[in-house]
Design a binder for this molecule. Structure first.
Ligand SMILES: Cc1cc2nc3c(=O)[nH]c(=O)nc-3n(C[C@H](O)[C@H](O)[C@H](O)COP(=O)(O)OP(=O)(O)OC[C@H]3O[C@@H](n4cnc5c(N)ncnc54)[C@H](O)[C@@H]3O)c2cc1C
Length: 428
């Protein structure tokens, strides 16, 4: 009987692990709760009407067309039993027990609210395609709603958005929102004045970047029109305002929480001690410390680099760890020595709206402004899965660039389902 490898998660780590195992002498089961792979770096463009959801999602099954040894199962993994080497997967009405010889856990991360129980109730997150569509609908609805409101202060609150988190996601979201407002909505909603505020608890944005790029990013954001508030953590949130630590109250119905992530709750099922952010300590081979036959990769994995710093929760780390885990399983089956993780770090970049960005390439080259933005566009286009998606996204970007249009502005779904009383997310 062939060795059975089960992979949990068809995100960046899991998908790349499975690709390494195509046509190899193993029987692979890839499981995900969605039937598609999400290209997370462009979620904010779906939320801000720049791209269609289908342009940044790619169905999993076609990726493995013709690969006889890879099976895909749509379902939610609810239990991992490492003693019996079995996992439990649930679909809407049934449950399956799947046995494994080797398990690769690549279930990613979830939004971190740092223990707050009120923030999840009164904020939007941006982790999944559904999140970005919920947010898009909400923003579009708020503007339509503001047209009905006569009171100036109430109208202003409806068109004020607070983004919390000075990382790349927060900056990209704030920049894109301002452009949506300033370049598109302004033409269509006469008399409505939007306000975008970026709130960051520490005294800087883009913490992993060199200081001059942090400053450049902040200046580019402010030059767009975004208000940047540093060193002011959010103290209290409600459906119609937020309060900062310095006492400032910002009337708003839209709080976007981009302040951090933590490992998927599946980490708790492995029965090993957890590291910071709920991550699982792995060996350099990506095997879990203290567990046989289980590999963890990507956002869930905790591994320190040569400087004692954990590898960041980024796509290249997840991809490279996923590929290594798959190859190490093959090596182990053959009785060969496993390889250790060597991160190939090509750099980091963040875009701050049209023609604005910062990039730190190969930890040496610092780019800002238009050049960094072009680098960002090129890289994201190349890494987007599937030729059709690349072409669609490219055409959309070119169209948006020259026309300032945001064509994806259809409010989808039943408005009644999003009223304040019964909406999980939309507090308006
Ligand atoms: C808005 C946003 C923007 C980002 N931008 C960038 C960027 O520009 N550059 C960059 O390098 N990184 C970026 N990241 C981070 C990047 O997305 C992650 O580091 C990367 O996706 C981690 O890969 P992963 O395989 O660990 O998890 P993921 O890619 O998140 O995949 C996890 C998969 O597991 C599935 N899953 C989870 N739980 C279960 C379960 N119980 N049962 C079944 N399936 C399950 C999920 O559906 C998902 O498909 C961004 C993240 C976000 C949220």
């Amino acid at each position: 009987m062939l060795t059975r490898v089960v992979i949990i998660g068809a995100g960046f780590g899991g998908l790349h692990a499975a690709r390494e195992l195509v046509d190899r002498n193993v029987d692979v089961l890839l499981i995900d709760r969605n039937n598609y792979h999400t290209f997370t770096p462009l979620l904010y463009q779906v939320a801000t009407c720049g791209l269609e959801a289908s342009e940044i999602a790619h169905p999993v099954r076609p990726v493995f067309h013709g690969a006889g040894n890879i099976a895909f199962l749509l379902g939610e993994v609810t239990e991992i039993n490492t003693a019996e080497q079995v996992i439990i997967v649930k679909s809407e009405d049934s449950e399956r027990h799947e046995r494994y010889d080797y398990l690769i856990v690549a279930a990613g991360s979830v939004t971190n609210y740092f223990g707050s129980t009120t923030i999840p109730q009164s904020s939007f997150k941006l982790k999944t395609l559904e999140d970005s569509l919920t947010l898009r609908n909400h923003i579009l609805r708020l503007f339509e709603r503001a047209v009905w409101v006569d009171d100036a202060a109430a109208r202003k609150a409806l068109t004020t958005i607070v983004v919390v988190g000075g990382g790349a996601t927060g900056l990209e979201m704030a920049g894109a929102l301002y452009e949506l407002y300033a370049k598109v909505f302004k033409r269509e909603f006469a008399g409505l004045t939007p306000r975008i505020v970026l709130v960051e608890a520490t005294d800087k944005v883009l913490a992993p970047y060199p200081k001059e790029l942090q400053t450049a990013a902040r200046e580019q954001l402010e030059s767009l029109g975004v208000e940047v508030k540093l060193g002011s953590p959010v103290m209290e949130t409600a459906s119609d305002h937020i309060t900062l630590k310095d006492g400032q109250v910002i009337p708003t119905h839209t709080l976007i929480w981009a302040a951090g992530v933590k490992a998927s709750p599946l980490a708790q099922m492995l029965g090993v001690p957890l590291e910071r952010g709920g991550r699982i300590r792995i060996q350099p081979t990506t095997e879990v410390v203290g567990l046989e036959h289980v590999y963890v990769v990507g956002d869930m994995a905790y591994l320190e680099d040569a400087h004692g710093q954990p590898y960041p929760m980024l796509i290249p780390v997840a991809k490279q760890q996923g590929m290594l885990a798959a190859n190490n399983i093959l090596r182990r089956i053959k009785g060969w020595k496993q390889h250790e993780f060597r991160y190939i770090d090509r750099g980091i970049m963040a875009t701050i709206g049209r023609s604005r960005a910062v990039a730190y390439i190969f930890n040496r080259i610092k780019l800002r402004g238009f050049l960094a933005w072009v680098a960002w566009l090129g890289l994201h286009l190349i890494t987007l899965l599937g030729f059709q998606n690349q072409l669609q996204v490219f055409l959309h970007w070119v169209w948006n660039y020259f026309t300032y249009d945001r064509s994806v502005r259809v409010i989808i779904g039943d408005p009644a389902a999003r009223t304040p009383a019964n909406s999980e997310h939309a507090p308006v």
